[in-house]
Design a protein around this ligand. Structure first.
Ligand SMILES: Cc1cc2nc3c(=O)[nH]c(=O)nc-3n(C[C@H](O)[C@H](O)[C@H](O)COP(=O)(O)OP(=O)(O)OC[C@H]3O[C@@H](n4cnc5c(N)ncnc54)[C@H](O)[C@@H]3O)c2cc1C
Length: 207
C-alpha cells in the first residue's frame, strides 16, 4: 500500500468495485478496500451474496459503455425476458418487461474487482475501514485495521464511501457536510430473497 492515492474506494461491493474499475480505467491511482476475504469479494452478510442479482440489459450496456467491461457466462447466469412482481396475497401482479439477467453474484463481483485490478487499481482485502481522516474540515483519507490488526492511515485526494448500508465513514464526518450521518430508520425495510428450483408439473403454472 502506498501512502497516497488519487482515490480510495471503501467497500468492494457492486458500487465500490464498479467505481474502482471506472476510476482506474481513466488512469487514476485507486485503492480498493474491503473487509471481506479475497475469495469472498462482494459477500454482503454472513449468509452470503444475498441480493442484487436481477439486472436489466440496459444496466449492463451502461457499464460496457462507460467502463468498457462486458459480461457473459458464468457471471450472467440466467437470461430473462421480464420480471413479474406479485403482491403477498398473489392477487395483484405487475409486469416489468425487458431483457435482463439473473447474475451469479460471486462471479459478477469477482470479474468487476479483477477488471479494476487489471486497469491498475490496488485491492486490499480483509481491511476494516474504521473512519475518515479529517484535516481542515476535509476528508483526506481513511483509517482502519489491516488483516494483521495493524492500525493504518491512508490518504487520497478523494474518498468514495461504498460501504453499503454501513455508516462507518459518514457517521464520523464533521458538522455541516450536507450528508446524512445515519440511514433514517424510516428508509430501511426488511427484505428477504429466496431462490427456488421448481418442478412445474401438469397445468399448474402458478409459480
Ligand atoms: C433482499 C434484497 C434483494 C435485492 N435484490 C436486488 C436485485 O434483484 N437487483 C438489484 O439490482 N438490486 C437488488 N438489491 C439491492 C442491491 O443488493 C444493493 O443495491 C447493492 O448490493 C448495493 O451495493 P453496494 O456496493 O452499495 O453495497 P454492498 O453490496 O452492501 O457492499 C458494501 C461492501 O462494503 C464492505 N464493507 C462494509 N463495511 C465495511 C468496513 N467497515 N470496512 C471495509 N469494508 C466494509 C462489505 O464487505 C461489502 O463488500 C436487493 C437488496 C436486498 C436486500
Amino acid at each position: 500500500m502506498n501512502e497516497k492515492y488519487d482515490i480510495i474506494v471503501a467497500g468492494a461491493g457492486m458500487a465500490g468495485s464498479l467505481a474502482a474499475a471506472g476510476a482506474a480505467k481513466r488512469g487514476l491511482s485507486v485503492l480498493l478496500l474491503d473487509k471481506n476475504k479475497e475469495e469472498e469479494v462482494g459477500k454482503k452478510t454472513n449468509w452470503g451474496w444475498v441480493c442484487g442479482d436481477a439486472v436489466a440489459q440496459t444496466h449492463l450496456d451502461f457499464i460496457k459503455q462507460h467502463i468498457g467491461l462486458g459480461f457473459s457466462k458464468p457471471e450472467l447466469d440466467v437470461k430473462v425476458d421480464g420480471v413479474v412482481a406479485y403482491s403477498p396475497d398473489l392477487q395483484t401482479k405487475v409486469n416489468f418487461d425487458g431483457e435482463g439477467y439473473v447474475l451469479d453474484r460471486p462471479e459478477f463481483e469477482k470479474k468487476t474487482r479483477d477488471y479494476a485490478i487489471k486497469n491498475g487499481a490496488e485491492y486490499v482485502s480483509q481491511f476494516d475501514v474504521e473512519g475518515p481522516i479529517i484535516e481542515n474540515n476535509y476528508v483526506v483519507g481513511v483509517f482502519g485495521k489491516d488483516k494483521s490488526m495493524q492500525h493504518k492511515e491512508i490518504r487520497a485526494k478523494a474518498v468514495i464511501d461504498a460501504l453499503g448500508v454501513a455508516t462507518t465513514l459518514r457517521r464520523r464526518l464533521p458538522d455541516g457536510q450536507f450528508v446524512d450521518r445515519v440511514v433514517d430508520v424510516d428508509d430501511l425495510e426488511s427484505t428477504g430473497r429466496y431462490i427456488y428450483d421448481c418442478e412445474v408439473t401438469g397445468e399448474d403454472l402458478h409459480y
